[in-house]
Design a protein around this ligand. Structure first.
Ligand SMILES: Nc1ncnc2c1ncn2[C@@H]1O[C@H](COP(=O)(O)OP(=O)(O)OP(=O)(O)O)[C@@H](O)[C@H]1O
Ligand SMILES: [Mg+2]
Length: 243
C-alpha cells in the first residue's frame, strides 16, 4: 500500500520553477532515499508533505487522503502522525532536553507528568542519551543535538518520518548512531523518506531511491538494482559525475 503519493507536483517561487511535475510514491514500511543536487528542491518536497509549502498544482496524498488543500486545523492532525527531523535538530535553546521532548507530549497527549517522564526516560535510554536529560542544547555536541532532534521528532510514535540530512556534518560515530536509529524506526514499521548527500548512509538504510534532477524524478529504483547498474544516475551521482 502507498502511504505517500506525490502526483505531478509543481512548485515555483516567483519566477524560479523548482518542480515541474514530480511524481513518486512510498510504500508502507519502506525507507525511500530522495537525492539530488543542492537546490534541486528536496527540502521543499519534505516541507510540502506536512503542508508547510503549498503545491501550485498536483497533489499529495497521505494514506490516500489528499492534503493539498487542507486547512491549518486539518493539517495539525496529519502532522501528529508525521515526524519531521530538521537538519539542525531545531531544538528549543531555552529548554532542557527533557522539556524539548516533553513539548509535544504535553501539547498532544493526556499523559501526566510522571508518565511523560517515564516515556522520555525510556526514549533517551534507547538512544543512549539518558545522561543528557537535564542539559540544555548549548551544552550538547552537534551530533548529540541531532540525535535529540530525532528523539523529539518521534515522541508521538509517528507512522511516517521525514529525515532532512540527518547525518550532515556528523562524525562516523554519530553517523552510525543515526543509521541505527533509522533502521530501528524502520523495524517498527515506520514509513520514511531520507533526504541525504551521505550516500553510504542512504545505501545502508534505503530500500529504494528516487533521483530529483531537472525539476522531475529522473530515476526511481530499488537500491540494489541501481547500484548494480554502472550507468545509473545514483552511481554517477556517487562518483561526482552529475549533480
Ligand atoms: N521559501 C522559499 N522562498 C523562495 N525560494 C525558496 C524557498 N524555499 C526554497 N526555495 C528555492 O527552492 C529551490 C529548492 O530549495 P530546497 O531547499 O528544496 O533545495 P534542496 O534540494 O533541499 O537543497 P540542499 O541539498 O542544498 O538542501 C532553491 O532554488 C531555493 O532557493
Ligand atoms: Mg535541503
Amino acid at each position: 500500500m502507498d502511504v505517500i503519493q506525490i502526483k505531478n507536483f509543481k512548485k515555483s517561487f516567483g519566477t524560479n520553477l523548482v518542480h515541474d511535475g514530480v511524481t513518486f510514491d512510498v510504500k508502507k514500511g519502506e525507507c525511500l532515499g530522495l537525492v539530488g543536487g543542492s537546490g534541486a528542491g528536496k527540502s521543499v518536497i519534505l516541507r510540502s508533505l506536512i503542508g508547510l509549502e503549498q503545491a501550485d498544482s498536483g497533489s499529495i496524498l497521505i494514506n490516500s487522503v489528499d492534503i493539498t488543500h487542507m486547512s491549518e486545523k486539518e493539517l495539525v492532525e496529519i502532522r501528529k502522525k508525521i515526524a519531521y527531523v530538521f537538519q539542525n535538530g531545531a531544538l528549543f535553546d531555552s529548554m532542557t532536553v527533557f522539556d524539548n521532548l516533553a513539548y509535544s507530549l504535553r501539547a498532544h497527549t493526556q499523559l501526566n507528568e510522571s508518565q511523560i517522564d517515564d516515556r522520555i526516560s525510556v526514549q533517551l535510554d534507547e538512544f543512549g542519551l539518558l545522561s543528557a536529560k537535564l542539559l540544555y542544547p548549548s551544552e550538547l555536541s552537534g551530533g548529540m543535538q541531532k540525535r535529540i532532534g530525532l528523539a523529539r521528532a518521534i515522541m508521538l510514535g509517528p507512522d511516517i518520518i521525514l529525515y532532512d540530512e540527518p547525518t550532515a556534518g556528523l562524525d562516523p560515530y554519530n553517523t552510525i548512531k543515526i543509521q541505527e536509529l533509522i533502521l530501528r524506526m524502520k523495524s517498527k514499521g515506520v514509513t520514511s523518506i531520507l533526504v541525504t548527500h551521505d550516500m553510504p548512509t542512504g545505501i545502508a538504510v534505503c530500500d529504494r531511491f528516487v533521483f530529483l534532477q531537472n525539476k522531475v524524478i529522473s530515476e526511481d529504483g530499488q537500491t540494489e538494482e541501481l547500484l548494480n547498474k554502472p550507468d545509473s544516475l545514483i552511481n554517477q551521482f556517487i562518483k561526482g559525475q552529475i549533480v
